[in-house]
Design a protein around this ligand. Structure first.
Ligand code: ZN
Length: 408
């Protein structure tokens, strides 16, 4: 006779709910503006005020011409308070017969001081990797099982490789197994008419970053960074942002892996009970919904009892840990790292116009969580390209990244 007291329903809900398949919508990611500013008639004085802001130039190496270039470029802009923008300005100095120059400016409309702070970065001297450098980067990424695919244009692929190569080993390790895929546009079934405005997406289920045409508008132009010798191509804005989402999600991916592992231990313990103790143990029902029944150990012969009890204890332990691992996975709404980031950014303004818009539109818990993740992804991209700016303007967020809290 089987002891009737054991078992019970073991209906399990596996992870992989719809939320996990959620694809983040990315509007315009590239905040870079290319302006052809013809230098000529304007005087400095008539362009010194832009909207509510008075322009302030930072750095001593602005020439008069560069002041003019910057002011002409920004005069029609609509700066968002306390967020930064990157402007890659192309101009041809008049009367010299020289070719066009490109200067990168960072700009921030500082609401506290009513100043439009303009930082000159200068003309980039870095270049896209050559074939041999590209191969070296590919080898480095392969070490983390990170792959690129779908690139038809070799320069686009090189720009993506250059961007991925800007991650530290610890960061690549955090997104191990990631695929980076070049696609034309986001899916129309998910995004409809909006799809052409989307620069990239991170697909949680497939652990895949997709980069679209929008992400490659000016994607090859060397535009991001503060060291003219190490300026990164425009597509880094989309790549850093999307890899940021992968990092934000990695804690939940880890919970998913723990869930699968606990499930495997549990399945193996069940299988062992069925194989070794067919006279004392049985299951009914199928799949994730089944009931088991087992004999009370005192009814098992003395010479088998200890072993039977040990297998039974293992079954119970694996059931209990599988249930708690599954609960942790299916109930997690954000990774432990993002919970910590959420505490860090409380009351802080997001760092870019895009993340600020998302935060202002958030109206419920789910959209606030999504907005915090956009804040994270954008701040991460800024940290990777303009750490000093982040340090000066969002010290707590800078500390979060510089202390590697995003990798915990
Ligand atoms: Zn995003």
């Amino acid at each position: 006779m089987y002891h009737g007291g054991g078992g019970g329903g073991n209906t399990r809900t596996r992870g992989g709910t719809g939320r996990r398949a959620t694809i983040r919508l990315e509007p315009q990611l590239v905040e870079m503006i290319i302006r052809a500013a013809a230098i000529g008639e304007d005087s400095l004085a008539d362009a010194i005020t832009i909207g509510d802001f008075t322009s302030q130039f930072h750095g001593n190496d602005f020439s008069d011409t560069e002041h003019l270039v910057a002011l002409q470029a920004f005069r029609d802009s609509h700066p968002v308070h306390n967020v930064m923008g990157t402007y890659c300005v192309s101009f041809t100095p008049s009367g010299t017969g020289s070719t066009a120059r490109i200067i990168i400016f960072n700009i921030v409309a500082n609401a506290n001081t009513s100043s439009l702070d303009i930082f000159k970065i200068g003309t980039p001297t870095s270049t896209l990797p050559n074939d041999s450098e590209a191969q070296t980067i590919t080898t480095r990424l392969t070490g983390y099982n990170i792959s690129l695919s779908g690139f038809n244009d070799s320069n686009e692929r090189k720009a993506a490789l250059m961007s991925m190569n800007a991650f530290a080993d610890t960061e690549l390790d955090k997104v191990r197994g990631l695929s980076v895929v070049r696609r034309t546009n986001a899916s129309s079934s998910t995004h409809g008419e909006d799809r052409e405005a989307i620069g990239g997406e991170y697909n949680q289920t497939q652990h895949q970053v997709e980069i679209y045409n929008r992400g490659y508008v000016e994607g090859l132009r060397l535009a991001y960074g503060t060291n003219t010798g190490a300026i990164l191509p425009g597509v880094v804005a989309a790549i850093f942002h999307e890899v940021g989402h992968a990092i934000a999600y990695s804690g939940i991916r880890q919970l998913g892996r723990s869930d699968s592992e606990a499930r495997q231990r549990y399945d193996s313990a069940r299988s062992q009970m069925r194989t070794r103790w067919p006279d004392y143990y049985s299951e009914s029902g199928e799949g994730d919904s089944f009931t088991y029944r087992y004999e009370n150990p005192r009814n098992v012969p003395d010479d088998q009892r200890a072993e039977y009890q040990s297998d039974l204890a293992r079954l119970r332990e694996t059931i209990s840990s599988a249930e708690s691992a599954n609960r942790a996975y299916t109930q997690a709404t954000e990774s432990p790292m993002m919970i910590s980031f959420g505490r860090t950014i409380r009351r802080l303004t997001p760092v870019t116009p895009y993340s600020k818009r998302v935060a202002e539109a958030a109206s419920d818990d789910a959209s606030r969580l999504a907005a915090a993740e956009e804040f994270f992804a954008e701040a991460y991209a800024v940290y990777k390209t303009y750490p000093d700016w982040l340090r000066d303007n969002r010290r707590a967020v800078y500390d979060f990244f510089s202390q590697d809290q995003h990798l915990r």
